[in-house]
Design a binder for this molecule. Structure first.
Ligand code: ACO
Length: 369
């Protein structure tokens, strides 16, 4: 059975920084309260040109560069997002078009902040089954567009950004070793965007009531998160036949430092075994784990052979974890440069759109009997 190795990683965050002090001018809050209750100091906010697909594509291209892989070599793209561009088309299809992944199937996963863990798990299983060789997994968010900027309970928490992994088939043991996934729909109302779906389509009334924006029972989510983080980590380690002592690093979903500290206590691990960077980005939902992974690697906290747990929780309710042995890029000769390939991808996309317009015109003239 082939192994699914993490061979590429990349991140993209908007340039605009919104600090706690900026927020204190918008709602009744202050830097001290936000830092002490959450650990967050600032977050990134997308500009008008940026979207979940554009940030996702930028992170994807960086991950492909690290893996030294062309977009055309991908068989599958999975995007996890809590702020997808549309109900459909899938954000994954938009990323596929932007990066020119002409041979890849693409679909989205909706599992709120646990989405990236679930997506990596699906990618690993697809590789192990032999169905895919090269899979791109993206977590991409523009949650700032779903935040009620007048609600101090939620607007302090979230930020925008994207992260991506490339997973590749290899016969060498390593890569994603075990995974666990859980859900409890009875807690769906703890964290939701109630309107805009088929149950409550968007109307003037839903907009007036702010039901198209994030609603959260913060305490309920907090209690749930502190229960499941340590439990899921232990479960995944057991499945991988590893002990807690074998762990080099835990990369948790970056929601709240106090939640991560509770997980550390539950696992009897010191905080220096946890990667924490939520002070800079806030909660970027599906993007938080890959962004934290990129920064952990860049700061020298991950080296090949390390045993890592990635663990997340979120709306749904959902929670899950995976254990991976860090590989790094696979040895390969070719050095991929995306510049002209991206240019070709843009031309191809425009040509396909023009072709569809011409086809529509011809169909109008000759197609009807
Ligand atoms: N600034 C100042 N005061 C505030 C703020 C704020 N931004 N927000 C709330 N308060 C006030 C409250 O009104 C309350 O005042 P009161 O005592 O007079 O009523 C007081 O501070 C305490 O509020 P709590 O809600 O008890 O604060 P708590 O310590 O629970 O922290 C928080 C709130 C940070 C939201 C916490 O509950 C939390 O982190 N929950 C988890 C949220 C989370 O992680 N969500 C994302 C999940 S992942 C996903 O799927 C997207």
């Amino acid at each position: 059975m082939p192994y699914a190795h993490i061979t590429g990683w990349g991140m993209a965050v908007p340039e605009t920084v919104r600090t706690n002090d900026d927020l204190s001018k918008m709602v009744d809050t202050n830097d001290e309260w936000i830092r002490s209750r959450t650990g967050i100091a600032e977050r990134r906010i997308a500009n008008d040109e940026e979207s979940s697909a554009s940030l996702g594509a930028d992170a994807a291209l960086r991950a492909l560069e690290v893996a030294n892989l062309r977009a055309a070599d991908l068989d599958l793209i999975i995007v996890a997002s809590s702020s997808p561009e549309h109900i459909f088309p899938a954000t994954a299809s938009l990323v596929q078009d932007r990066i020119g992944a002409i041979n890849a199937g693409a679909f989205d996963i909706s599992a709120a902040c646990t989405g990236f863990i679930f997506a990596v798990n699906m990618a690993a299983q697809s590789i192990r089954s032999g169905a895919s060789k090269n899979v791109l997994v993206v977590g991409a968010e523009t949650l700032s567009r779903f935040v009620d900027w007048t609600d101090r309970n939620t607007c302090i928490l979230f930020g925008d950004g994207a992260g991506a992994f490339v997973l590749q088939e290899n016969e060498e043991p390593g890569g994603v070793l075990a995974e666990v996934m859980h859900s409890d729909g009875s807690g769906g109302d703890l964290l939701s965007i109630p309107a805009g779906g088929s149950k409550l389509p968007t109307t003037e009334a839903t907009i007036q009531a702010g039901q198209h924006l994030i609603q959260m029972d913060g305490k309920g989510v907090f209690r749930f998160a502190t229960r499941v983080m340590a439990r899921a980590t232990k479960e995944a380690l057991e499945k991988a036949d590893l002990e807690i002592e074998d762990l080099d690093l835990v990369i948790p979903h970056q929601a709240n430092t106090r939640i991560i500290e509770a997980a550390a206590r539950g696992l009897k691990l010191p905080m220096d075994k946890f990667m924490v960077n939520l002070d800079k980005y806030g909660n970027t939902s599906t993007a938080s784990i890959p962004i934290a992974t990129v920064e952990a690697f860049e700061s020298g906290r991950i080296t090949p052979g390390d045993k890592i747990v990635m663990v997340g929780f979120g709306g749904g309710l959902t929670w899950g974890a995976l254990v991976a042995e860090w590989t790094g890029p696979l040895p390969t000769e070719r050095k991929v440069r995306h510049g002209w390939l991206l240019f070709l991808a843009r031309i191809r996309s425009v040509l396909l759109r023009v072709l569809r317009i011409v086809e529509g015109m011809l169909w109008g003239r000759y197609g009807r009997s």
